[in-house]
Design a binder for this molecule. Structure first.
Ligand code: SF4
Length: 375
């Protein structure tokens, strides 16, 4: 069985006002974290019903580039002794600040072959609106340095729909993005998450997001410009050059097994969903006591697993393919969802062929509502 291995790095230098990912701002103690991860991996190894072969490794966060190359070198070596770790794709998420050629070359040497850079905007006013710590110049330099360090598979992360952003700003940014020529791009619409400073500022009226119509125009512009520049819009928020789709994230979207280490790490194994506490202290305490910190969130019935797989596949441009679902689940999605498919097709939200169905451009804009029809 092939699976994906995720590591959550719960450290950030400071919190960005829009972010609700779990992280703490205290400096990381690499030794303690490394030991905890080894204990967690060994405990998982005892509990796993099968012995999966991990074909991807993804260090996400938080800010994984706060941890040293040496930390990852030792981690990968140690995990390789515990698991069947044969990753073909190893991704490191990184923030532009502090990325020297020496550091990036060292990440490359310990095995990372894919770098995901959190640029978020190529305009100073965008970075300011998002409360990011780096400048445009640092962002551009990090791309150059990553190339010089030998990263041939580069993903750039952007956020659109920030307060004050206009269509012209986005056009300017997209032209600059094309010139950077990455292999992969993520373009996320800014979503105010409850409890974040951004959410409070919006509620208090001191900030305003672009209106609905403008956001639709932005979605369209991103889609058109990036497709014209040779990227395939393969997932709602993700674009890739052919063959450069993120293999790791495809495990999530195709409802394939994955194991998540570290606080807030999520796992999906044999229809069971687990989650680690979003609390570094609790996580470390459990492991010190020899306990796996993961809590079982739910066990999906075969029916629920089938529905969830349809729900997730709809995020992808490949959509829901009849034969694949028949083979995997022994059920034909066209039969199970004949009424929903007809309704959504009439509403112009999905397109239907002989082989399967998928979201239209309009359907992508309303993806959350469309997906829910299948759960
Ligand atoms: S956006 Fe990234 S860098 Fe900012 S707080 Fe969240 S995880 Fe940390």
């Amino acid at each position: 069985m092939e699976a994906a291995l995720y590591l959550h790095v719960p450290f950030c230098r400071r919190k960005c006002p829009y972010c609700d990912f779990y992280s703490v701002t205290e400096p990381p103690d690499e030794e303690i974290y490394l030991e905890a991860l080894f204990t967690e991996a060994r405990l998982w190894r005892e509990h796993l019903p099968e012995d999966p072969v991990f074909v991807t490794f993804y260090a996400g966060g938080g800010t994984p580039s706060l941890l040293s190359p040496d930390f990852y070198g030792r981690l990968l070596e140690g995990l390789g002794r515990i698991f069947k770790l044969r990753p073909e794709e190893l991704t490191l998420e990184a923030n532009p600040e502090g990325l020297t050629l020496e550091r990036l070359s060292a990440y490359r040497r310990v095995g990372f072959n894919r770098l995901s850079l959190g640029l978020q905007s190529l305009l100073e006013k965008g970075l300011k609106a998002l409360g990011r710590a780096h400048t445009v110049e640092e962002g551009l330099r990090s791309v150059e340095t990553a190339r010089a360090a030998g990263f041939e598979n580069l993903s750039l992360d952007f956020i659109f729909g920030w307060p004050g952003q206009g269509l012209k700003d986005l056009e300017e940014e997209l032209a600059a993005v094309s010139r950077l020529s990455p292999e992969h791009l993520s373009y996320y619409e800014l979503t105010p998450e409850e409890g974040t400073p951004l959410y409070q500022a919006l509620r208090g009226g001191s900030l305003r997001l672009p209106g609905e119509d403008l956001l639709v125009e932005m979605h369209r512009l991103i889609h058109e410009r990036l497709e014209a520049a040779g990227f395939r819009h393969y997932e709602i928020s993700n674009y890739a050059r052919p063959g450069r789709e993120c293999r790791h994230n495809l495990f999530y979207w195709r409802a394939r097994p994955y194991l998540g280490l570290g606080p807030a790490g999520a796992s999906f194994l044999g229809r069971r969903r687990f989650r680690n506490p979003e609390n570094l202290r609790e996580y470390l305490k459990a492991l010190k006591g020899g306990r796996l910190p993961a809590l079982l969130e739910e066990t999906l019935s075969p029916e629920a697993a089938f529905r969830e797989a349809v729900f997730l596949h709809l995020r992808l441009s490949e959509g829901v393919r009849r034969e694949e679902f028949r083979r995997r689940f022994g059920r034909d999605p066209f039969r199970v969802f004949s009424r929903e498919i007809q309704e959504l097709k009439r509403a112009g939200l999905i397109e239907v062929g002989e082989e399967g169905f998928r979201l239209t451009f309009r359907g992508r804009l309303l993806a959350n509502q469309v997906q829910l029809k299948f759960l």
